[in-house]
Ligand binder design. Structure first.
Ligand code: GLN
Length: 554
């Protein structure tokens, strides 16, 4: 279908677009702002979806280092995406698909694949129209895919980055083709405070707006990232210099917890102003009482619960963002503030099992241990020691993906006496490959997008801890891994007290393993953290935290 036909359909459907760009520098919280706008609209009764445009040239973040790029989030349909999609899903309580995550790499890959197939019929390929059209087509198709009142688009990076230009150009042309008030451009920018001058500075924002204008895009609304409110003088200045109505200049304050930002933006009238801007006659009020209640819950959660996260990466929490969020919300809802102790796995090996070293000291103090997902052998031995500690000392343990594999390797070594049992990911020649590749995967050598990805059904055996926790017979959870538990060893494990309580029946794969003689030692091959939200904490995390609370009182 041609772009003009798609546009006609979108006009007829009257799907509205809200585009969020960022200026001055990165890390201003465009994803959070996009989600906040979404929260207000969704709770006014509108249907919406969100798209993240990432200017980088990677096809997806699946092969990027989590230390550089943060966590890789996974959708139901198996897309490996930017962690912003996690924010959107958690905050908006919606499920997104691969169509919501678009990088320059994906766009170019599509174009070059078409070129190789001869689809350009001898013509040369250009940014305009070809690249721009591929970007627009993806967006328009998503907008037409289901009943949507709004589509929110966050453009990653900072305006002025050369990688982002094709995306800005796509918006410029789209805005030209749509009726006047069907696409709103929101620009988020930094207003720094200079302590030595005791002044807030609007100039960086002015310059970033100038850049947008050079790209043919005058913003309709301005969001100012600040630690403190601006006064009338600055508001006037920005309004005049950027050409934006004063009423459409909003403060995007640094607020904690995040839900306070929704309340603050609501107070500034954002919800109603957006609706009015789009010409909606019957402006609807938003109901964010659930989020207001959460603020109360969080403020009351004062008792501290220490959870050890045994990690390969330390230095930034971003690689483990969804896990940490899931732990925190499970804590709040039970009156506890979760303190995450990020413990570098390798150090546990250097110091020696149960030693008096500083990393072990930290580990000995925690009320629960989590081993999150991970790849390759680095840190594996340290994680195995932490799992042993949890098993022997009966510390509540939750193993996520790699964490389950680690739990079972440890069990094989200690309880089944399979010396040096391992995963073929860590040791290709291991005598006891407790975790290994499925036969059909053994020939695959490329890394991108070749894993078991996305949502798979898992059957829960009745009478197990897992079935009591989920209170269901079958669940859907998201995956991102290559290796599986080796069924050859199943009977042996069962004999020694491991219950395989969750199974992917179609291929008879282990999804959940629990240890009978332990208050809470559960590992799952999937990533429950991707489905936990602040308003609806995931049952596995809730139960893990409940057990950790019991431990803290021991
Ligand atoms: N590296 C393991 C695998 O590929 C676990 C992956 C993960 O934890 N996400 O199976």
């Amino acid at each position: 279908m041609s772009i003009s036909v798609l546009i006609e359909k979108v006009i007829k459907k009257n799907t509205k677009f809200i585009i969020v760009t960022g200026g001055v520098c990165s890390s201003l919280g465009k994803g959070v702002l996009t989600s906040s706008i979404g929260v207000l609209l969704k709770n006014s009764g509108y249907t919406l979806s969100v798209v993240k445009w990432d200017p980088y040239l990677n096809v997806d973040p699946g092969t990027m280092s989590p230390l550089v790029h943060g966590e890789v989030f996974v959708t139901d349909d198996g897309a490996e995406t930017d962690l912003d999609l996690g924010h959107y899903e958690r905050i908006l309580g919606i499920r997104l698909t691969k169509d919501s995550s678009v990088s320059s790499g994906k766009i170019f890959k599509e174009i070059l694949d078409s070129e190789r197939q001869g689809k350009f019929l001898g013509r040369d390929i250009q940014y305009v129209p070809h690249v721009v059209e591929v970007i627009q087509r993806r967006l328009l198709k998503l907008a037409l895919g289901s009943k949507l009142d709004f589509v929110l688009v966050e453009i990653g990076g900072t305006v002025g980055d050369m990688e982002g230009i094709a995306f800005l150009e796509s918006i410029r042309q789209l805005r030209m083709k749509l009726p006047e008030k069907q696409l709103m451009l929101c620009h988020l920018s930094l207003v720094p405070y200079l302590s030595w001058a005791n002044e807030l500075k609007t100039k960086p924002t002015q310059h970033s707006v100038i850049f947008l204008k050079k790209a043919g895009l005058a913003p309709d609304a301005l969001f100012l990232r600040l630690d403190r409110g601006i006064d009338l003088k600055e508001r006037n200045k920005l309004s005049v210099m950027c050409g934006i109505e004063k009423e459409l200049i909003f403060e995007d304050l640094t607020l904690n917890p995040l839900s306070k930002l929704f309340v603050d933006l609501e107070k500034q009238g954002l919800n109603e102003k957006i609706q009015k801007w789009f010409g909606i006659k019957k402006v609807k009020k938003t109901d964010i009482s659930g989020w207001k209640k959460l603020i109360q819950v969080i403020s009351k959660a004062k008792k501290i619960l220490n959870i050890g996260l045994i990690a390969k990466y330390v230095g930034s929490n971003d690689p483990y963002l969804s896990v940490i969020k899931a732990l925190e919300s499970a804590g709040y809802l039970q009156g506890y503030k979760v303190n995450i102790e990020l413990i570098e796995a390798e150090k546990l090996v250097f110091e020696g099992y149960g030693s008096a070293g500083s990393f072990w000291k930290k580990l000995k103090k925690v009320d629960g241990i989590v081993i999150p997902g991970g790849f390759d052998e680095r840190g594996a031995e340290g994680k195995i020691l932490a799992a042993r500690w949890a098993r022997e000392k009966k510390v509540p343990f939750l193993g996520l993906c790699l964490g389950m594999q680690i739990m079972l390797i440890e069990f094989a070594r200690s309880m089944l006496k399979l010396k040096n049992a391992s995963s073929t990911e860590f040791d290709k020649k291991t005598k006891y490959p407790i975790i290994s590749l499925l036969e059909e995967q053994k020939e695959i050598s490329i890394k991108g997008g070749t894993m078991r990805l996305g949502a798979y059904p898992c059957y829960l055996k009745s009478g197990t801890q897992a079935s009591a926790i989920y209170k269901k017979k079958e669940i859907l959870e998201r995956h991102r891994h290559r290796y599986e538990f080796n069924n050859k060893y199943r009977n042996m494990f069962e004999k020694y007290g491991i219950v395989f309580s969750g199974i992917y029946k179609k291929e008879n794969l282990v999804e959940i393993a629990e240890f009978k003689d332990h208050p809470f030692m559960i590992g799952c091959q999937f990533h429950p953290e991707f489905l936990s939200t602040p308003l609806k904490s995931h049952p596995l995390f809730k139960e893990f935290i409940k057990n950790a609370i019991k431990t803290s009182k021991r």
